[in-house]
Design a protein around this ligand. Structure first.
Ligand code: HXC
Length: 262
């Protein structure tokens, strides 16, 4: 796939590959504009539909995952421009349509829309250089791609209010303590560590991965009783797959499973 604002590459040792998407506007610290977000949506959907791909990683540069929405592009917009044209936010929900696991590999700044993009991923692995923040208040606006909603769910109301109202950044250690990121790794090892995690994901059965992701997401979007029932039905449904037979038989025979993703 060839894009102007992204680099894409398949990597990995597992039978299923990992689709790496690198945000690539280095001069603007990967500021997110509509062109980049349209390309990101296209890349995500292409790999979600590709049977050779088991997992997707979104990353940036050493200095910035993304320093937010492109302020230069937004500066002259009025309400009617953004509302009628659906500018800035038009392609953000595409990520939520992706059924395969998506990991954010964050080094450096993840600010504003950059933090929101990372939070839209299934989980975040951070370099020890990572800095997260929602500094939109300093620009006379507020977060516009889920920051006021996902940050409190991730780190709790107190820290989220503090960050959204004061624009202070959270470093990687605080982000891990707060639950925003799942792991912190040395910056120099970020890509290797993330690929190792992705390889583990890519060695599982794809139907199980999709079901597991769908179930965990239910925990955020419904009641506990509905989520538990949905999980139970998905658990039951997986007994209709060949991979369930293979996975359990392999355990009994003390060998590694050879999933065929059916
Ligand atoms: C456009 C940006 C940018 C952004 C940085 N740049 N962030 N351009 N939009 N969000 C550009 C700078 O203008 C500069 O271009 C180059 O990237 C390097 O940035 P510097 O500021 O020189 O680097 P540094 O001094 O290291 O400071 C890094 C920084 C700072 C702390 C990340 O750039 C910063 O505060 N950026 C803005 C962060 C922000 O407010 N984000 C929220 C945006 S609003 P030149 O040409 O001068 O070299 C938002 C709303 C989302 O995200 C709504 C939903 C989508």
């Amino acid at each position: 796939m060839a894009f102007e604002n992204l680099l894409t590459e398949l990597r990995g040792e597992a039978p299923l590959k990992t689709g790496w998407i690198t945000l690539n506007r280095p001069k603007a610290l990967n500021a997110l504009n509509d062109a980049l977000m349209d390309e990101l949506g296209a890349a995500l959907l292409a790999w979600d539909a590709d049977d050779t791909v088991g997992c997707i990683v979104i990353t940036g540069s050493e200095k910035a995952f993304a320093a937010g929405a492109d302020i230069g592009a937004m500066a002259s917009y009025g309400f009617t421009d953004v509302y009628r044209g659906d500018y800035i936010t038009r392609n953000w929900e595409t990520l939520k349509k992706v059924r395969k696991p998506v990991i954010a590999a964050v080094a450096g700044y993840a600010l504003g829309g950059g933090c929101e993009l990372a939070m839209l991923c299934d989980f975040i692995i951070a370099a020890d250089s990572a800095k997260f923040g929602q500094p939109e208040i300093k620009l006379g606006v507020i977060p516009g791609a889920g920051g006021t909603q996902r940050l409190p769910r991730a780190v709790g109301k107190a820290k989220a209010m503090d960050m959204v109202l004061t624009a202070r950044m959270m470093d990687a250690a605080e982000a891990e303590r707060g639950g925003l990121v799942s792991r912190v790794v040395p910056a120099a090892a970020l890509q290797a560590e993330v690929q190792a995690v992705a390889d583990i994901i890519c060695s599982q059965s794809l139907p199980s991965l999709l079901a597991a992701k769908e179930c965990v997401n239910r925990a955020y979007e419904g009641t506990l009783a509905d989520g538990v029932m949905f999980e139970r039905r998905m658990f039951h449904a997986l007994f209709a797959t060949a991979d369930q037979k293979e996975g359990m038989q392999a355990f009994v025979e003390k060998r590694k499973p050879a999933f065929n993703h059916r």
